[in-house]
Design a protein around this ligand. Structure first.
Ligand SMILES: *Cc1c(COP(=O)(O)O)cnc(C)c1O
Length: 338
């Protein structure tokens, strides 16, 4: 695996820190918990999309684009990260926002990431729930082309083989970091959605012959579908990288018990997970992804999934801007007034 063969623009601060969570480890009674701070990538409010965008934006520049077009749910971290990336490289950004979550109050479609989209001069339009959003986004890009722009379409979550390169690279960054620290990583846990993060990590570990098991906590799709999506994308990324050897579907693990009622819909376990990480470690998660990912980690600990002496790394994928769209779940003042 030699990723410098691929174009990459610098958008973030790397390597992100890998830190021990002593307080949380103590509070939960083991295993040994670590955190990889990809919420600290440094682009706007940071998050996992920065790594994918470093490769995607390089490809856009290579293809002569002047405009990034993408799509996501209303509170998409990917959209605001793409908008910030566009500012940095002097491109325009257009986004389609899907009304995928409609029951979280009047401010939901204006605050959090949408507020940042405004500040980043992202031109967005809303779409009703349930459309093929990548097809909508591609059609929007085609319209911009007719108007004389040079659009580059980035699929939802930046999850295609080029975007996945960002997490193949993160896999090698993490292994190098752990080796420097003398840390044996037994498992890596993170929230999985559009699959690019998990697929890139799996492919990166595979290409390095470093079989660290990854546990994806689905935020939307049922287990089998998520595993299939991750596996397909990991194989496509392997083809792009030119990695040898089959990547078996059995190497992909995901759980769907922590989705709750649906994408972006709160669960008690998510609220507890966000609260405990803030209280024990002073770290903010988000309600849609990393909060459910942490709820999954805590749930699996309680089920005895890990041994006490195992080192488990939680990949913090970012997203805390989304907390403001869910204030009612966390605001003591609002709860006192109810
Ligand atoms: C997009 C996102 C994820 C999921 O990553 P995928 O590559 O889409 O699976 C996890 N956490 C946060 C905060 C995200 O924005």
């Amino acid at each position: 695996m030699h990723l410098a063969r691929f174009g990459r623009v610098s958008l973030g601060h790397f390597p992100t820190p890998l830190e021990k969570m002593d307080n949380l480890t103590k509070a939960l009674g083991g295993p040994q918990l670590w955190i990889k701070r990809d919420d600290c990538t440094g682009l706007a409010t940071g998050g996992n999309k920065t790594r994918k965008l470093e490769y995607l934006v390089a490809d856009a520049i290579d293809k002569g684009a002047d405009t990034l077009v993408t799509q996501g749910a209303t509170q998409s971290n990917h959209v605001s990260q793409t908008a910030a990336a566009a500012r940095k490289v002097g491109m325009k950004c257009f986004a389609l926002l899907e009304h995928r979550v409609t029951n979280q109050g009047d401010q939901y479609a204006q605050t959090g990431n949408v507020l940042f989209d405004d500040l980043l001069k992202c031109e967005y339009e809303f779409r009703p729930e349930g459309l093929d959003m990548n097809a909508e986004g591609q059609a929007h890009a085609d319209q911009l082309k007719e108007k004389g722009l040079k659009p580059y379409f980035i699929p939802g979550g930046g999850s295609n083989p080029i975007g996945a390169l960002g997490y193949a690279n993160a896999a090698s960054e993490l292994v190098y970091q752990a080796d420097q620290m003398g840390l044996r990583i037994d498992k890596l846990v993170h929230a999985t959605g559009s699959a690019g993060t998990q697929a890139g990590l799996i492919e990166g570990f595979h290409a390095m012959s470093t079989p660290i098991p990854i546990v994806g906590i689905s935020v939307r799709a049922p287990k089998e579908k998520q595993i299939d999506n991750v596996h397909k994308l990991a194989c496509a990324a392997a083809d792009l990288i030119g990695a040898r050897g089959d990547l078996a579907q059995g190497q992909v693990e995901a759980f769907d018990e922590y989705v709750g009622p649906g994408y972006g819909q709160p669960t008690d376990e998510m609220v507890d997970a966000i609260s405990i990480l803030a209280a024990e470690e002073g770290i903010f998660l988000d309600p849609v992804y990393s909060g459910k990912g942490m709820a999954g980690l805590i749930g699996l600990i309680q089920k005895g999934y890990f041994n006490e002496d195992e080192n488990v790394v939680f990949l913090h994928t970012g997203g805390s801007a989304g907390l403001f769209a869910y204030e009612h779940l966390f605001s003591r003042q609002q709860q006192a007034a109810e």
